[in-house]
Design a protein around this ligand. Structure first.
Ligand SMILES: O=c1ccn([C@@H]2O[C@H](COP(=O)(O)O)[C@@H](O)[C@H]2O)c(=O)[nH]1
Length: 273
């Protein structure tokens, strides 16, 4: 999917919500455990109940890899279900990959070609040759970790190296790589005050922003500093939406939480226009 198509969807739906599909079998309704594929049954119900409120879905692959081959199968069924039934939705494999070039090429093939995701999250610290293989797919994106939402972001990402914080060097340098137009960046909602500086370096790039809801980030603050004229933001919420209820009504409860966020986004977009 192109960023123009993504922007069109955002403007039509008045939403820049990304729903995180981080499925933990201990947190889903017990009755679903009798299904042949409980993870897929859960995801399908969540997607069907929320697709009109969101523009993107982000399964974090850790939650699938943790269940071995069965989990990987559930991931495959989930992305195929999204692509077949809701092709307008943007999909993100939150896999945080990146390795030497020939290995990255295989990761890129796995997520962008075989599974058919629109994008994959990538760690930048092995440098240009570890990221470029993800950038050679037309209308697909690598979402580079820039400034993450966790406390550990301060261990390395904000350190001064040669008079510039490391995350700023990640942004500046990655802009010069081949096919850099296929880059997006992860910036945690808990780091909203950094967005002003980030926008000076990447004024137009899409940012994937996790950390609202369960991690305490503020949607308003993120939009204040990070929103562009084309919006340029995908705000992710995972636990805050998908675990709104552990009962039979879990999908409807998720839709209520998603709608709360979508309504706040609509108000922000209306105010900005
Ligand atoms: O900086 C980052 C990068 C990725 N994540 C991932 O996003 C979701 C957030 O889930 P919530 O339940 O809404 O907190 C999860 O998959 C993280 O691994 C992040 O939080 N921060």
């Amino acid at each position: 999917m192109t960023t123009q198509q993504l922007t069109h969807q955002i403007k039509t739906k008045k939403s820049f919500l990304c729903i995180g599909l981080d499925v933990d079998l201990d947190k889903i309704p017990n009755y679903l455990l009798n299904e042949e594929d409980p993870i897929f049954a859960f995801n399908k119900a969540i997607i069907d109940a929320t697709h009109h409120l969101a523009v993107a879905y982000k399964p974090n692959t850790a939650f699938y890899e943790a269940y071995g081959l069965k989990g990987w199968k559930s991931l495959e069924k989930t992305i195929h279900y999204l692509n077949k039934n809701y092709p307008e939705l943007y999909t993100i494999a939150d896999a945080k990959r990146g390795d030497i070039g020939n290995t990255s090429k295989m990761y890129a093939k796995a997520f962008l070609e075989d599974l058919g995701f629109d994008s994959v999250t990538v760690a930048p610290y092995m440098g240009k040759d570890s990221v470029e293989p993800f950038l050679s797919f037309q209308d697909k994106h690598a979402i580079l970790l820039a400034l993450t939402s966790n406390q550990g972001a301060f261990d390395f990402q904000t350190l001064n190296v040669n008079n510039q914080e490391l995350y700023k060097q990640v942004l500046e340098t990655s802009k010069t790589w081949d096919n850099a137009e296929n880059l997006m960046y992860v910036v945690g909602a808990t780091k909203a005050e950094y967005l002003k500086e980030i926008r000076k370096i990447v004024p137009e790039s899409f940012l994937l922003v996790p950390g609202v809801g369960a991690q305490g980030g503020s949607l308003k603050e993120v939009c204040k500093y990070g929103m562009t004229k084309n919006v340029g933001l995908l705000i992710n919420s995972s636990r805050g939406i998908i675990y709104a209820s552990k009962e039979q009504d879990f999908a409807q409860a998720a839709a209520i939480k998603a709608e709360e966020l979508q309504q706040q986004m609509e108000a922000i977009l209306t105010h900005a226009s």
